[in-house]
Each structure stands twice: as C-alpha cells, then as structure tokens.
Design a protein around this ligand. Structure first.
Ligand code: NAD
Length: 250
C-alpha cells in the first residue's frame, strides 16, 4: 500500500469531519508552469525573490520590481489552472451548504479563483490587483500597463496588491481561526518556511493533518501523514475520500 492509499484508508476511518481547511503554496501551481520561489525556476535575471518582494526594494527601484512582476504576470496569464486547482473548486461545490470548508492560499497568482474556488482567503494578496501607495485604494489590475511603473490617477505610484516579506498579513487572523477550528487540514505544495502561514498547521487541535509535497519540508514531522507526490497526482483522490466522509453531515 502506498502513502496515498494509506491516507485514503485513514480518512475512511475517522469521524465525519465538520470543518476541512486546505492551505496551498506555490507548489500547487508548479504543474501549471508557474515557478516556485524555492527551486531552480524561481530566479529572474539572477535576482532572488527575497531581494525583490520587499517594500525596501520597491522604494529603491519600483521599475525593477514592476518588471519582475510583469514577467510573472505574463507567465501566469499564459498558464491554466491544473487538476489540483480544479479538484479544490469541485470539492467546494460538493460541500456547498453542508460542512465547513475554506481554502487558504499563499499564492498570489489567482489560479484558484480562475479554477472556480470562491471560499478563498488569499492571505498574501493577488498580483492581478494593484494598490495606490498614497491613498491605499485597491483596483483590479489584470492587463499590462502602458507604462512602467504604473501610476494612480492621483499621480502616486501603484504597487502590486500583495504582501511582501516583512509586511503584516491582514487576513492572518481569519486564517488562524479557520485552522484552529479544522478537523482536517490538507497542506499542498508549501515549503513551510514562510511564516506566519507555516504556523497554521500547528493550530489544528487533534485533527488529521495531511501534507502533499514531493519533497520533505521542515514541517513534515508535524503532519499526521505526508504524501510524497505532486499536487495533481494526489489532491483529487484525497478530496474525493474526504467528500465521501462529509456526506453524513449534508
Ligand atoms: P515555496 O516556493 O517556498 O515552496 C514550494 C513548495 O512546493 C516546495 O516545498 C516544493 O517541494 C513544493 N512543490 C514543488 N512542485 C510541487 C508539485 N508539483 N506539487 C506539490 N508541491 C510541489 O512556496 P511557498 O511555501 O508557497 O512560499 C513562498 C512564498 O512565495 C509564498 O508566500 C507565496 O505567496 C509566494 N509565491 C507564490 C507563487 C504563486 O502565486 N504561484 C509562486 C512563487 C512564490
């Protein structure tokens, strides 16, 4: 029996969960062709993301930061949600009006939304939105701007509406209350090195915690089970098993 089969058997043996929370990281989008930060494809012109995704980098060189975001935004516009994104959107529809479910993502690529997920906390923001650095107003920002760096109508710079390294996360309290109420937490494609998101799994009290990641992570020891597979190879099967267990609380 492999790890995936063992987890499915475990799910079949637990009490019907009332609250399922999923946390995703960059790895869930890797099979859509979106580079993760940690890994060979994560570099752009020899800059490390930690050097560009910071308020200091933006203050120093907003053009450079926007050029990096436009490179990533172009890649993602050309990418499609994969079967792991689709399975999460399917699961949300499946449990509609029944058990508690929410999807917390660290991703800023908008692929969960494009796949149809709506009960979604994008805790690190979304790079297809922009925010005026003076007024703080947010707007949808899907297209490439005519000029870089783009400006607000008030004349101030716009920035990507994402949370940079060192910045506070407005939605973390919501994500923490979801995690602490979870009976089951499924964590897909996160290296577990970016806090506070990486701390969410430790808030699950006595529930089942499952990791899907081809590689071991610093958090692996904290899970009840780890499935060493890619997101598309394991996510749908795990969610189908959970959906069968949730049936009793419909
Ligand atoms: P990370 O880059 O630190 O780690 C990615 C993890 O995904 C690794 O543990 C890797 O083993 C795993 N992985 C790689 N391929 C996988 C696959 N096919 N299936 C499942 N897992 C796979 O990403 P992180 O933990 O999310 O943290 C980095 C930060 O970078 C986050 O804050 C996130 O906002 C941001 N980020 C977002 C995107 C995106 O929106 N797509 C991309 C890169 C980074």
């Amino acid at each position: 029996m492999n790890e995936l089969e063992r987890v499915i058997e475990d799910i079949e043996g637990i009490d019907a969960p009332e609250r399922v929370v999923v946390l995703t990281g960059a790895g869930v989008s890797a099979e859509s062709g979106v580079p993760t930060f940690r890994g060979a494809g994560g570099l752009w012109k020899d800059f490390r993301p930690e050097e560009l995704a910071t308020p200091e980098a933006f203050a120093r060189d907003p053009l450079l930061v926007w050029q990096w975001y436009e490179w990533r935004r172009d890649l993602i516009r050309a990418a499609q949600p994969n079967d792991a994104h689709a399975a999460l959107a399917w699961f949300e529809r499946e449990v509609e009006g029944a058990c508690g479910y929410s999807l917390v993502t660290q991703n800023v690529d908008g692929l969960h939304r494009r796949a149809g997920s709506r009960r979604l906390l994008e805790i690190h923001g979304n790079m297809f939105r922009a925010r005026c650095i003076r007024e703080g107003t947010r707007r949808e920002f899907p297209d490439s701007p005519a000029e870089l760096p783009p400006r607000c109508t008030c004349g101030s710079l716009l920035r990507p509406d994402v949370v940079w390294f060192g910045e506070p996360i407005d939605l973390i309290a919501d994500a923490m209350s979801e995690a602490s109420a979870a009976d089951v937490m499924l964590v897909i494609g996160t290296s577990g090195t970016v806090y506070p998101a990486a701390g969410l799994v430790s808030l699950v009290r006595g529930g089942m915690t499952i990791e899907i990641n081809p590689d071991e992570t610093p958090l692996s020891g904290a899970f009840s089970s780890s499935i060493r597979s890619s997101a598309t190879a394991a996510t749908r099967a795990v969610l189908e098993a959970l959906a069968r267990r949730l049936a009793s609380c419909r």
